[in-house]
Design a protein around this ligand. Structure first.
Ligand code: PLP
Length: 394
C-alpha cells in the first residue's frame, strides 16, 4: 500500500519487559522441574469479586432477560445511579465539589488515559520517571514532546515541580499512590503541583487508581487540594478497588470549571466520548455501583485489607534488613533498592534462582528505575509469607 501511517508509533519503544520476564521464568522452570515459583511481579488482583457485587450483577442479567426491564445502549457518560454513587464516594473522602455531571464512566482508566490526548493540543508533557508506561506511550503516539521529572531516592520517589519559572503551559501526569513505587504525595506535596499548574496555566492528569489503598492522612483525590477544580482532571478505576480488572469499569472527572482558551474541557471530553465510545454495560455498572455502598463496599475494603496485610509483611522484612524501599503502606507495591548495587535484572535472576521468586526489574519503568525492583502484594497470604521468610535470608 502507499498510504501513510502514523509514524509516531515508531517512537514508542518496544517493551520486552514482561515477555523477557516470562522467558527467564520458563527457562528456570525447565532447568528446575518441580521447583515452586512465587509470583510477585503481577500488577493484577487475584481475589475474586465479592458475592455482594456479583449478585447485583446477576440481578442485572435477569433484568436484561425481561421485556419490561431490558436495557439497550447505556447513557453515553454512564447511568445516573453510578455517577451519583461515585460523586457520593468523593464526598465521603473529602471532596464535595465532584458533581455527578462531572463524572464520565468508562471501560477503565487505561482507556481514558490513552484517549485524553485526543482533546488536547500540542502541549509539552511533563511525566515523572519512573512511571506507569501508558502515560509516555500514549503521548509518543501523538507526537508529543515529553520531559521527565525525576523520582529518586533523594525525594523518596515523589518528584517536585520544576523550579524554572518560565515554563510553557504543559500537561502534567501524576499518579498517587504510585505504580510502580507505591509512594504517595502528602497534602503539601500535591499542593505544590496544583500551585505550579495554576501558576503556569497547565493541566494535571491525576491517576487515582490506588486511592482505596490509602490508610494514612494523605490526599485520596486531587480535589481535596484547593484550586484543583481549575487545573486538574482525575482518572480512576474499579479495577484495583473492586477487582474489576476483567470486568472493565473506570471513570474520569472533568470539572465544569476547567477551561482553556475560553472552551470548557468537559465540552470536548463529552463530545469525544459520545463520538468514539458507546458506554459500559448496564450489568457492569450495576456491579460497580454495588461496590460503592453497604456490604459491597465493606467487602472491597476487606479484600484491600488482605493485600495490605501482605504489603505490610513485606515492608517489615525490608525495614528489618535495612534495605531502602518506598510503598508498602498506602499501596500494594513495594519498590526496593536492589542490595549491593545490583541492577534490576541481576537481582531478578538472583532471587529467581535462589528463592524461586519473580518480581519486576525497575528498569522497565524508566531510567530512574535502574537498580530498583517492584514487588506486588496481590498474591496470596501464604505465598507472600513464604517470600518474606526467604527475603529475611538476603
Ligand atoms: C491498574 C492501573 C490502572 C487501572 O487501569 P484499568 O484500565 O482501569 O484497569 C490505572 N492506572 C494505574 C497506574 C494502574 O496501575
Amino acid at each position: 500500500m502507499d498510504i501513510k501511517l502514523n509514524e509516531h508509533f515508531l517512537d514508542v519503544k518496544e517493551t520486552y519487559l514482561f515477555s523477557d520476564i516470562a522467558k527467564r521464568v520458563k527457562r528456570f522452570q525447565e532447568e528446575n522441574p518441580g521447583r515452586e515459583i512465587i509470583r510477585m511481579g503481577i500488577g493484577d488482583v487475584t481475589l475474586p469479586i465479592p458475592a455482594s457485587i456479583t449478585s447485583a450483577m446477576e440481578e442485572a442479567v435477569k433484568e436484561m432477560a425481561s421485556k419490561d426491564s431490558f436495557h439497550g445502549y447505556p447513557p453515553e457518560y454512564g447511568y445516573e445511579f453510578l455517577r451519583s454513587a461515585i460523586s457520593g464516594h468523593y464526598k465521603a473522602i473529602g471532596a464535595d465539589s465532584v458533581t455527578p455531571e462531572s463524572i464520565y464512566v468508562s471501560d477503565g482508566a487505561k482507556s481514558d488515559l490513552g484517549n485524553l490526548p485526543d482533546i488536547l493540543g500540542d502541549n509539552p508533557v511533563i511525566i515523572p520517571d519512573p512511571v506507569y508506561p501508558v502515560y509516555v506511550d500514549s503521548n509518543l503516539m501523538n507526537g508529543r514532546k515529553i520531559s521527565f521529572v525525576n523520582g529518586t531516592k533523594d525525594n523518596d520517589f515523589l518528584p517536585e515541580p520544576p523550579a524554572d519559572t518560565d515554563i510553557e503551559p504543559s500537561v502534567i501526569y501524576i499518579c498517587s499512590p504510585n505504580n510502580p513505587t507505591g509512594a504517595v504525595y502528602s497534602y503539601e506535596g500535591l499542593t505544590a503541583w496544583v500551585n505550579f499548574a495554576l501558576r503556569t496555566g497547565s493541566l494535571i492528569i491525576f491517576d487515582a487508581a490506588y486511592e482505596a489503598f490509602i490508610s494514612e492522612d494523605k490526599p485520596h483525590t486531587i480535589y481535596e487540594i484547593p484550586g484543583a477544580e481549575s487545573c486538574a482532571v482525575e482518572i480512576s478505576s474499579f479495577s484495583k478497588f473492586a477487582g474489576f480488572t476483567g470486568l472493565r469499569c473506570g471513570w474520569t472527572v472533568v470539572p465544569d470549571t476547567l477551561e482553556a482558551g475560553g472552551i470548557k474541557l468537559s465540552k470536548f471530553w463529552a463530545r469525544r466520548q459520545a463520538t468514539k465510545f458507546n458506554g459500559v454495560s448496564y450489568i457492569t455498572q450495576k456491579g460497580a455501583a454495588a461496590s460503592l455502598s453497604g456490604k459491597g463496599f465493606e467487602d472491597c475494603l476487606a479484600n484491600i485489607a488482605y493485600y495490605k496485610r501482605n504489603a505490610t509483611m513485606l515492608a517489615n522484612v525490608f525495614k528489618d534488613r535495612g534495605i531502602y524501599f518506598t510503598g508498602g503502606v498506602n499501596s500494594p507495591y513495594i519498590w526496593l533498592k536492589c542490595p549491593g548495587d545490583m541492577g534490576g535484572w541481576e537481582f531478578f535472576d538472583s532471587i529467581l534462582t535462589r528463592f524461586g521468586i519473580v518480581g519486576t526489574p525497575g528498569e522497565g519503568f524508566g531510567e530512574n528505575g535502574r537498580g530498583f525492583f517492584r514487588l506486588t502484594a496481590f498474591g496470596s497470604y501464604e505465598n507472600t509469607k513464604k517470600a518474606c521468610d526467604l527475603f529475611r535470608t538476603l
